[in-house]
Design a protein around this ligand. Structure first.
Ligand code: GLU
Length: 503
């Protein structure tokens, strides 16, 4: 019988996402249940967005959750390298195979041509997609363009008619018309592969037997199957898991729910509880039990019992489960040990040290000075926000505008945080001190503390967001009507910024 091999293939382009852990969990259960292997592959073909830090964070958080892998960039294995940026030669060879077989073609269309094509298709209400312009180039024309070193990409051919049929282990028969499938770029002009191409080549070479991934990839599966067919390879079995959702059923998003595993670590959740909770997403134990360990889940696992209704990631429920773990699984000794490991994790404590070391005379000064740096959400009262110049609506405005600006920051560092605060203050025509006042309170719980800008930079977006949101709630919450008004203000702020930049 074929060995079961599954994989998780994260792209290291941001914070480690709970969705990655959720998919990793199901892949790991399935592989382990069939005495197979679970592989971790880093899909870093997007060089502009991939970072080593994000990769390290992903590996560290999956490990923290106990979702270990049998092969991967850090542990090695027979099918490496496990980082796509180190597999360029492999992709180059494989693209040549497709070009030689006539399954792929070089496309020299310029960005301008593609743009006007898209605009035309939009205006005619057609599905956007490549029109096959370069399919008509003769051998000689291609040779001449190559000689001229004209930049080009390689695209895959796609049937013009008919449908792609495939079986999904969870969803049964799926049919997608080829007309909806674009002539996907496989190799970009910088000679780097796109996700679709590298993913298929690697799944095959790494002998992945079952691809278990999120449902957002269903529409890409025809392209992938076509590539397997072009290469003459046996495709893996596909299963598309339901996406995690916010309580309002929209796709899980950090605006509505913390999505970074770092956040759950920083807030002091137990990894076993978080994994258990992720296991409850779309799946139930045969006896309906809600609390179960990873080993218990593996023993009882049956992928066919995954239910497709969008599983809601509900923090309240997770809190309940985490509390249950703390009460039921930890006796006093284990509690002390687990708490100390979390609270005195040198990385955590390191957050506060630069802010306070000049001011500490005795260690007992640390908590009063820096306790807020080590907390999750700080306790707040509405009175703490009372200010002689700012009313509650203005305070909510400052906090909400800052939250939105911070959420859209591409890189997180002190100077950028400071810039956001400065900009909001000039936009609102307030003194920076006054603008920062409610921010101080929201972040530290007090009107005076160590530099709030430094604190935000060190605490990171997840904790900062949780505190700003908590403050907004304490201040009576932002109604729908107010949100509309603030969104308008936010757009005005963006325009104001654009004006400042142009100056
Ligand atoms: N790199 C893709 C991602 O970030 C992997 C998708 C797949 O599993 O095929 O989700």
């Amino acid at each position: 019988m074929q060995t079961v091999r599954t994989r998780i293939a994260p792209s290291p382009t941001g914070d480690p996402h709970v969705g990655t852990a959720y998919i990793a969990l199901f892949n790991r259960c399935f592989a382990q249940q069939h005495k197979g292997q679970f592989v971790l592959r880093i899909e870093d073909t997007d060089q502009a967005r991939s970072t080593a830090k994000s990769e390290q964070d992903i590996l560290r958080s999956l490990r923290w959750l106990g979702l270990d892998w049998d092969e991967g960039p850090d542990v090695g294995g027979e099918h490496g390298p496990y980082r796509q940026s180190q597999r360029s030669d492999i992709y180059r060879q494989h693209i040549n195979t497709l070009l030689e077989g006539g399954h792929a073609f070089r496309c020299f269309c310029t960005a301008e041509r593609l743009q006007s094509l898209r605009a035309e298709q939009m205006a005619n209400k057609q599905t956007a997609g490549y029109d096959g312009h370069c399919l008509g180039l003769s051998e000689d024309e291609i040779a001449a363009k190559l000689k001229n070193k004209e930049p080009h990409v390689v695209r895959m051919r796609v049937p013009e008619e008919g449908e792609c049929h495939f079986r999904d282990m969870l969803r049964g028969e799926i049919n997608i018309s080829w007309q909806q499938v674009d002539m996907q770029v496989l190799m970009k002009s910088d000679n780097l592969p796109t996700y679709h191409f590298a993913n298929v080549v690697d799944d095959h070479l790494m002998q992945i037997s079952h691809v278990i991934r999120g449902e957002e990839w269903i529409n890409s599966t025809p392209k992938h199957l076509l590539l397997y067919q072009y290469f003459g390879w046996e495709p893996p079995v596909f299963s598309h898991m339901p996406l995690l959702r916010n309580p309002d059923k929209s796709k899980l998003s950090k605006r509505k729910n913390p999505t970074s595993i770092n956040y759950y670590h920083a807030m002091g959740y137990l990894p076993e509880a978080l994994v258990n909770y992720l296991g409850m997403m779309g799946w139930t134990m045969p006896d309906g039990r809600e609390k179960f360990s990873l080993d218990e889940m593996v023993s009882a696992f049956d992928i066919e019992r995954v239910s497709l209704g969008g599983p809601v990631f509900d923090i309240e429920k997770l809190n309940w489960l985490n509390g249950k773990y703390i009460r039921e699984n930890l006796d006093d000794e284990a509690f002390i040990e687990a708490y100390a490991r979390w609270a005195f994790d040198p990385k955590r404590v390191a957050r506060a040290v630069p802010l306070i070391r000049e001011r500490v005379e005795r260690f007992s000064d640390v908590m009063p000075l820096a306790g807020f740096m080590l907390d999750g959400v700080v306790p707040l009262e509405a009175d703490a926000f009372e200010h002689k110049k700012l009313d509650a609506a203005q305070i909510r405005e400052i906090l909400q505008l800052l939250l939105w600006r911070l959420e859209n920051m591409e890189e997180w560092d002190r100077d950028r945080v400071e810039q956001q605060c400065q900009q909001i203050s000039s936009f609102l025509e307030l003194k920076i001190r006054d603008t920062l006042f409610p921010v101080f309170v929201a972040i530290s719980g007090k009107a005076v503390s160590t530099s709030v800008i430094d604190s935000i930079a060190i605490l990171g977006l997840d904790i900062t967001r949780a505190r700003l949101r908590h403050a907004l709630e304490v201040l009576g919450g932002v109604s729908k009507k107010e949100t509309k008004r603030l969104e308008k203000q936010y757009r005005a702020l963006q325009d104001f910024m654009a004006g400042e930049d142009a100056r």
